[in-house]
Design a protein around this ligand. Structure first.
Ligand code: ADP
Length: 250
């Protein structure tokens, strides 16, 4: 179907009833996996993802080890049942690209120089996708790294902005991603409760320079809200732990 045939904004509201700058509902649960050093299950709208962190640990194969800093690896993977039409299992061009840009974003916050010759492995699995899965995964991965106790300079909080029906909207869902005019995923490096820099920026489609500036400001406000939720989820885990409870999914 042609994107012009679909109305994405009706009476000033989006198809799911959200205002232009509303995030989808977000849920996080920290420490859900027993075998990982750190983990986080996260829902962002209909996206459902889980992140598992291992390390710092010995690197395999050994020749990949770096004598002056830790090697960070990030694997984004979509389950075959995560999308409407079954996705062929295994890596593809898209997942290799997402893994690369996400790793670069995460590398901005990990204190790699503290762990020479070691590896930090981050696996993110998309169980259900509904646009913005790379942003959901980065939010989960960042929390899982904290859960693993990996020393970090700050957090990564990530959200996309889309242009649909000539307006900018925060955290686009599938219909807005598919039929919109542009999709701009952002990730920010947040240190001491302030946005320090952009850790990931991609763009699909076209926007004007003014729209881009507006999109950036909108994404920053959205990311700060996500950041507060990330901190809250981590605190909840520590409180539960101190009371002898486990946060694993039964
Ligand atoms: P993101 O999930 O980060 O927004 P894309 O913009 O590439 O990444 O994808 C948007 C959405 O399109 C995904 O969240 C998913 O719902 C859907 N999608 C992506 N890849 C596939 C695929 N191979 N088969 C079916 N749907 C897909």
């Amino acid at each position: 179907m042609d994107s012009k045939d679909i109305k994405l904004i009706i009476d000033g509201k989006r198809l799911d009833g959200r205002g232009f700058e509303d995030l989808r509902p977000i849920k996080m649960r920290v420490g859900v996996l027993k075998r990982a050093d750190g983990s986080c299950y996260l829902e962002m709208g209909k996206n459902k993802v889980v992140a598992a962190v291992f390390g710092p640990r010995e690197v395999h194969p050994r020749h990949l080890a770096d004598p002056i800093k830790a090697v960070v690896r990030y694997r984004y993977n979509m389950a075959p049942f995560s999308v409407e039409e079954r996705k062929r299992p295994g890596p593809d061009r898209r997942s290799v690209e997402i893994s690369k840009v996400s790793r670069e974003a995460i590398e901005a916050i990990v204190m790699k120089e503290l762990f020479p010759r070691s590896g930090i492995d981050i696996f993110v699995e998309v169980l259900q996708a509904d646009a913005g899965s790379r942003t959901a995964c980065l939010n989960a991965a960042s929390v899982a790294l904290v859960d693993a106790g990996v020393p970090m300079k700050g957090m990564i909080s990530s959200v996309a902005v889309a242009k649909v029906d000539d307006v900018l909207v925060l955290d686009p869902m599938k219909e807005e991603d598919n039929y919109g005019q542009a999709d701009i995923p952002f990730a920010f490096f947040i240190r001491n409760d302030r946005i320090e820099s952009i850790a990931l920026l991609q763009m699909d489609g076209r926007v004007s320079k003014e729209e881009f500036v507006q999109a950036l400001e909108m994404a920053k406000r959205g990311a700060m809200k996500i950041y507060e939720m990330q901190k809250e989820a981590i605190k909840t885990k520590y409180i539960m732990e101190s009371e002898g409870e486990v946060n694993e999914i039964e």
